[in-house]
Design a protein around this ligand. Structure first.
Ligand SMILES: [Zn+2]
Length: 54
């Protein structure tokens, strides 16, 4: 079981995501983290839906 780096819940299916842009500017340019399906979807939605009111 792997643990999601975002919500810290364990999940059977996490996806590796590369944190880019201004997320970790002060450290590494691309940091690999694991996200569960839910957090991955949220992240993807945030990246695509810049016009989203939320
Ligand atoms: Zn998560």
């Amino acid at each position: 079981m792997l643990k999601c780096d975002f919500c810290e819940e364990e999940s059977e299916s996490v996806v590796r995501v590369a944190i880019d842009e201004n997320y970790d500017r002060l450290t590494e340019r691309h940091v690999k983290k694991y996200a569960c399906q839910e957090c991955s979807a949220k992240k993807e939605a945030a990246r695509k839906g810049q016009c989203d009111p939320k």
